[in-house]
Ligand binder design. Structure first.
Ligand SMILES: Cc1ncc(C[n+]2csc(CCOP(=O)(O)OP(=O)(O)O)c2C)c(N)n1
Ligand SMILES: [Mg+2]
Length: 803
């Protein structure tokens, strides 16, 4: 039911009529889906609905300008567009509403996202790239308003890189950088900082990005007068308009009910953006919301009668219908027949989607009933199990939790029985969980052959006369090797270009690789991240640099909501193997020595978190990551760039493994677990502890996510029978995470002779000045005394009380 793309210049009136009629059919189909969708929620079959009604016609005009290879980054109103590019059927629309977990039925997210969150497949079932130039692409939506904006910037920038950087293999990804990244956003969501940050950045970068603003004057119940200065976003953004003297945007305004003008506007926008790589803003005004914002409420509560009457008249579908009648494209009778047929088609599609959703679950229920019946017949608690079985049987349209919870409850009644039927029930439960759980949990990380943890370690090797250099030189030379080996790699961030980053880890590389591959950005962490996400989604290998760990909070929302969920929310059909490079810990003051690792670890499951203790280890992580298909955050030690490290002779080739710890000092009294900059203090404390007869083993975690996949820490604890986690995050932060891993995942408690301990920073932010660190974070003396205390408690005779 797709729309025809690229309206030709010379067509017959008959062709024209057919195309318009087809477009109208599409608009009415989409509207019927919205209307019936709302009813499905009100009758309880679906939980929640947010639909594209009132925005149909502009999306059809947009779809005509959208070509193969192009990308969308939009939000929940875009169902008509997805239908118009042939990527959403009626059945799939309803499969999304029901949250069907079968990707074949619900290709947007396999039921992981609420309906209205759209995506196409960039990867095949094995995680390999499809040819993105031969299909129409949509990056996977997220719910946070304006969250689609940073990624949009990167999707557009990829075209610029593909067009202008030599030597990249563009197969699968680009045709000379001719692809446009199309964004959509609601009028109210333009109030978000992410919108303004992205608009400014795209103007600076001059990338082929076309952003449509669907303006219906409201953001849920809140009117434009509370959202936007002058109640008009294109009016206040006028200054972005390019002119003869300066680059900028093309800005268009068009009414959302005017079919002919919309088509013309989108064609003009596409032309200038595709050919010249100029960003374009299309402010689509006078849109409506026939059913209000979502199924959660009714708009009669906040729109007055005048507005409601205007919305009824200027409903874009109604206006298109009127225009068709006025221009003799169809008669009223013809349209009525067409509308009736569509109603039926949508009803049929809905029914088919419901059957596809419910039938497999009904089959699972039948299986469970039969097993329960057999257990009931063989058990002395048969009456109770029969009751459970009968209760399940009365549920005509069960959820999976109804089925499995009945089976699990029934198992309790046969705890002490020993029958074949009990065994069958037990096996059934285990098999069910094993097959069903992944429907809800798979693909948090890559499940392809390129999974980062499959990369094996390659040690750095050294000449006998290896030079001792500043750590930053190892990094710099390794980045040079990376940029030579991977033409599709590039790095960008504040001060990353011209001066080669604030610590000179990229010194001289812009001169060697050009301003597009080693570049300075504005101060705008969220969109630096977005650049990386979008470019990684289009086959490039970006490294986004966040200048200091302390400032990653500006980008953390996008890392958490977008980057960390890409694989999960598409069930492995999209990926963004972005490397985020940052530096932090233990310099000076509140904002250059923070350690928000607890927050980071908890917010970005789905991204690897790597904490190398020196620059050789860091370089090795970059080498590993470039061979993998997963996103990662690498935190370099801010105080380590000038410390001496030996220069390896296999620069660019050695690899630090992901999820593998390293024992950096052996000992048998206690296991000290730490990472990053703090390790140097732990090592010094361990030397001093030896002087009083305490021989500590030190383990460098290196990789917080994933964590010690081989369970080496517990092996050490089996030897020492004591453990202490030392960390410069606050108590309850990363140290709590680490201890949880050791106790609950590695079962270390069975080897412990002393209480497991954490030593963390004071709860306040680190004070400035040379003493600030000492009185805010664990010091060598703190570590010494904490370890000594453990030994004193275990053996007060040999280790009398110190303090
Ligand atoms: C960051 C964030 N805050 C709040 C919400 C809840 N929310 C969802 S949609 C919406 C209004 C959006 O209005 P607008 O951008 O005009 O889009 P429309 O729905 O009108 O098309 C709000 C507040 C959200 N999803 N994300
Ligand atoms: Mg709105």
């Amino acid at each position: 039911m797709k729309t025809t793309s690229n309206t030709k210049t010379e067509i017959t009136f008959e062709d024209f009529k057919a195309e318009v009629l087809n477009d109208y059919k599409l608009a009415v189909t989409s509207r019927e889906c919205s209307l019936l969708g709302r009813r499905e929620v009100l009758t309880g079959k679906a939980k929640f609905g947010i639909f594209g009604d009132g925005k149909e016609i502009p999306q059809i005009a947009w779809a005509k300008a959208f070509e193969n290879g192009d990308f969308r980054s939009g939000y929940y109103r875009d169902q008509t567009f997805m239908m118009a590019i042939g990527q959403l059927t009626i059945e799939q629309f309803f499969a999304g509403l029901y949250a069907n977990t079968d990707l074949k039925e619900e290709p947007m997210s396999a039921g992981r996202q609420m309906g209205g969150h759209f995506a196409t497949h960039s990867l095949d079932e094995n995680g390999n790239w499809k040819d993105l130039t031969q299909q129409k692409n949509s990056s996977a939506d997220i719910s946070p308003t304006a969250g689609q904006m940073p990624r949009l910037l990167g999707l557009a920038q990829a075209s610029k890189i593909y067009r202008n950087v030599d030597g990249i293999n563009t197969t699968n990804f680009s045709n000379k950088g001719n692809e446009i990244a199309w964004g959509t956003i609601g009028n109210a969501s333009t109030s978000e900082g992410l919108f303004f940050e992205t608009i400014n950045a795209a103007g600076v970068l001059q990338v082929p990005m076309v952003i449509s603003i669907w303006d219906d004057e409201y953001g849920i119940s809140v009117h434009a007068r509370h959202q936007t200065t002058k109640e008009n976003i294109s009016e206040i953004l006028k200054g972005f308009q390019r002119d003869d003297s300066a680059n900028g945007y093309e800005i268009f305004r068009v009414n959302g009910w005017n079919y002919a003008e919309l088509i013309d506007t989108y064609q003009r926008a596409a032309k200038v953006s595709r050919n010249e790589h100029i960003p374009v803003m299309i402010h689509v005004q006078e849109l409506t919301q026939p059913q209000g914002h979502s199924t959660s409420g009714s708009h009669e509560r906040y729109k007055n009668e005048e507005r409601l009457a205007w919305e009824a008249e200027y409903d874009c579908n109604a206006q298109m219908r009127k225009w068709m009648l006025e221009n003799n494209i169809a008669t009223d009778e013809e349209l009525k027949v067409l509308e009736k047929d569509i109603k039926k088609a949508v009803r049929d599609g809905k029914k088919a989607a419901w059957s596809a959703f419910i039938n497999p679950i009904k089959a699972e229920k039948k299986e469970a009933i039969s097993i329960l019946e057999q257990v009931a017949n063989s058990s002395s608690n048969g009456v109770f199990i029969t009751k459970i079985k009968n209760d399940l049987d009365t549920i005509d349209e069960p959820l999976r939790k109804d089925i499995i919870s009945a089976a699990r409850k029934a198992l309790r009644y046969v705890i002490s029985e020993n029958s074949a039927e009990k065994l069958a029930l037990l096996n059934w439960i285990n098999n069910y969980l094993e097959t069903i759980q992944p429907k809800y949990s798979s693909h948090l990380y890559s499940e392809s052959e390129l999974k980062a943890q499959y990369q094996t370690e390659v040690l750095p090797t050294y000449n006998d006369d290896a030079k001792e250099v500043d750590g930053r030189v190892v990094l710099r030379d390794n980045f040079e090797a990376i940029f030579k080996a991977y033409p599709e790699s590039l790095i960008f961030g504040e001060d990353a270009g011209h001066i080669g980053d604030v610590n000179q880890g990229l010194e001289g590389l812009q001169e060697k690789f050009g301003e597009l591959r080693v570049s300075d950005t504005g101060i705008r962490e969220a969109t630096i991240l977005g650049q990386g996400i979008g470019m990684a989604m289009r086959g490039l290998r970006p490294i986004a640099e966040i200048q200091y760990l302390d400032y990653i909070l500006y980008a953390l929302q996008i890392m958490s909501d977008d980057l960390a969920t890409v694989q999960y929310r598409t069930k492995g059909r999209q990926k963004a193997p972005l490397i985020v490079r940052t530096r932090g810990h233990r310099l000076e003051g509140i904002w250059h020595s923070g350690s928000q690792m607890g927050g980071i670890l908890n917010l970005i499951r789905g991204i690897h978190v790597l904490v190398p203790r020196n620059m050789t280890k860091a370089a090795g992580f970059y080498n590993t990551l470039l061979e993998s298909d997963e996103p990662a955050l690498v935190v370099e030690c801010l105080n380590g760039y000038r410390l001496k490290e030996k220069m390896p002779n296999n620069i660019g080739a050695f690899k630090t493994p992901i999820g593998v710890v390293e024992t950096i000092k052996e000992g048998d009294d206690i296991t000290l677990v730490s990472y990053g900059s703090t390790l140097r203090l732990v090592e010094q404390a361990a030397k001093e502890l030896l002087e009083v007869g305490i021989n500590a083993e030190i383990i460098d975690i290196q990789s917080l996510l994933p964590f010690d996949l081989n369970h080496d820490i517990v092996k050490s604890i089996a030897k020492t029978n004591r453990v202490m986690v030392i960390d410069e995050d606050v108590k309850g932060g990363a140290s709590a995470y680490i201890l949880d891993q050791i106790l609950n995942e590695q079962n270390a408690y069975q080897h412990l002779d002393s209480q497991p301990k954490t030593l963390a920073a004071k709860p306040h932010r680190p004070a400035y000045g040379s003493d600030g660190d000492y009185f805010s974070k664990p010091s060598i003396e703190d570590i010494f005394e904490a370890v000594y205390d453990v030994m004193h408690e275990a053996n007060p005779n040999d280790f009398p009380k110190l303090r």
